[in-house]
Design a protein around this ligand. Structure first.
Ligand SMILES: [Zn+2]
Ligand SMILES: [Zn+2]
Length: 505
């Protein structure tokens, strides 16, 4: 099945094995191809172009091609190109054996844009095929529905874990209002490469480019990702409304953001659409005031918290506005803890909200300050987003050298880590253990439901390994830890372990 043969000079009949996958959400290479085009080329095809037609169904959001042939030893060369029903869509010659095309991004050499339904053609150019040689080839094609289009820019993890990965989840480039100095010294819309280069030099493992409502940055990120193979680039969006701002992480597709417009009647509808596109949702700088200085910045929208995954409790811009202080009236920590007390499970994250990559590293609002540190199985977009949603996250305000901040709880023979739930019957003893590496002189502060706080005694040395206990009252509680310096200043903020939470609303 899937073979085709020459039935006359240049006339090809293509038998397609069509197995459209429906609603699969797997990234292209994690499931078998939807189409497989196989065949043979001979000297008759030397210096010709062969077109392989295939059907693209309505609603397709991404098309990915992987091509192989067995003629390398015979010096066979096969170029690749693509034609959609209306136009030549790209030509990568002999430079690629795989490419992807979607609405907002495509492998360089191909044009991003809508994927019209109809007959498309994979074009094989044959600059060299020796006499008496037969070369067999296979083109595998994945067609992802728009609602389940993978947005990750890297097919494979950049590094394996499990490990703590450090990054910045809130960054602007010249695709919205991020600026930097040109080579001549003018202030210009900052190109993406300057931001990615600076983030890599600062040792970040990942950054999310979250432009105000714009979706145009995905193509630039896709082009940069293969070069920056030490920093994962995550497409994102800062959903920017008159009632508040929210980051949609891992989203590259366009999204209607104008509340009240068709398809975006209210916030619920926008968040449902974002969820269908796989986005992770964070409410940004919720306690910023809204006014002429920062329009729509405070969070005022009616919110179904079950549609939200995270709260940006520490925002570099809010810190910079208060002389660098993390705990100011503009901090989102109290806003977040009130939601936890109401029974909502939401992960605290941070973001620099960087609008200029050249802001010095020591200043709040500089790229990577604060950083969000996520425990994940690998350095890949799916694993980082899973770690974020699971609450396996702490926020680092910029303590040089802080490597890890871990909290474990044990009760009744079960152990839970930061972000986990743990049941403990009334009267049961819960043992907690904190491990910190790379923050000499720092102290642990325990923070609990309702705002109770306890500073633990200081431990000498570079490593903290400290235990404490609580007696369960059988009620739903949360408990987390902060890291503080000798003067009480906040160095890092941890996410909770959730106690007796399985009856959450
Ligand atoms: Zn904002
Ligand atoms: Zn922003």
């Amino acid at each position: 099945m899937g073979r085709f043969r020459i039935t006359g000079a240049g006339a090809w009949i293509v038998a397609l094995m069509v197995a459209l996958s429906g609603a699969s959400t797997a990234a292209a290479q994690e499931r078998s191809a939807d189409l497989r085009l196989e065949g043979e080329l001979t000297r008759r095809n030397h210096e010709t172009y062969v077109e392989l037609p295939f059907a693209v169904p309505p609603g397709t959001g991404r098309l990915t091609v992987v091509f192989r042939h067995d003629g390398a030893d015979d010096r066979t060369t096969i170029d690749l190109g693509l034609r959609d029903p209306q136009r030549l869509r790209g030509w990568s010659g002999g430079a690629r054996d795989r490419f992807t095309v979607a609405e907002t991004d495509a492998t360089p050499a191909y044009l991003p844009g809508p994927l019209p339904a109809g007959t498309w053609n994979l074009i094989l150019g044959v600059p060299n095929l020796r006499p008496d040689v037969t070369t067999a080839y296979v083109a595998e094609i994945w067609l992802d529905p728009a609602e389940a289009t993978p947005s990750a820019l890297s097919d494979a993890p950049l590094a394996q874990g499990p490990a703590w990965w450090r990054g910045d989840l809130h960054v602007h480039s010249g695709h919205s209002d991020g600026t930097c100095r040109s080579r001549g010294g003018a202030r210009i819309p900052c190109p993406i490469f300057r931001i990615v280069e600076t983030a890599a030099e600062r040792g970040l493992d990942f950054i999310a480019l979250t432009e105000h409502n714009a979706a145009s940055q995905a193509q630039g990120l896709r082009e940069l990702q293969p070069y920056f193979d030490d920093i994962l680039l995550i497409p994102g969006r800062e959903l920017t409304t008159f009632q508040g701002h929210a980051n949609l992480l891992g989203l590259s597709a366009p999204l209607e953001f104008r509340l009240g417009a068709p398809g975006a009647a209210d916030l619920d509808m926008v968040l449902d659409r974002a969820a269908s596109l796989g986005a992770t949702v964070s409410i940004n700088h919720p306690r910023m005031p809204s006014g002429e200085a920062c329009m729509g910045c405070g969070w005022q929208a009616q919110t179904d918290w079950s549609k939200v995954h995270a709260i940006e409790v520490l925002n570099g811009g809010a810190m910079a506005a208060f002389g660098g202080r993390a705990e100011s009236p503009l901090s989102g920590i109290g806003f977040w803890e009130s939601l936890l007390d109401e029974g909502h499970r939401l992960t605290a994250i941070g973001g620099s909200d960087s609008h200029d990559p050249d802001r010095p590293v020591g200043e709040p609002g500089a790229l990577g300050r604060p950083a969000t540190v996520i425990h994940a199985a690998s350095l890949s977009q799916p694993d980082l987003m899973a770690g974020l949603r699971a609450g396996r996250v702490f926020i680092d305000l910029g303590h040089p050298g802080l490597k890890r901040l871990e909290l474990e709880a044990t009760a009744g023979g079960r152990t839970a880590r930061m972000g986990d739930e743990l049941n403990a019957a009334s009267g049961a003893l819960i043992s907690f253990r904190v491990k910190v590496e790379g923050a000499p002189g720092a102290r642990i502060q325990v923070v609990e439901s309702g705002g109770a706080r306890e500073l633990l005694p200081a431990q000498p040395g570079d490593q903290i390994d400290q235990t404490f206990t609580r007696r369960s009252d059988g009620q739903r509680r949360w408990l987390r830890i902060d890291l503080r310096d000798a003067h009480g200043g906040l160095l890092a903020l941890g996410n909770p372990i959730y106690l007796n939470w399985d009856d959450a609303p």
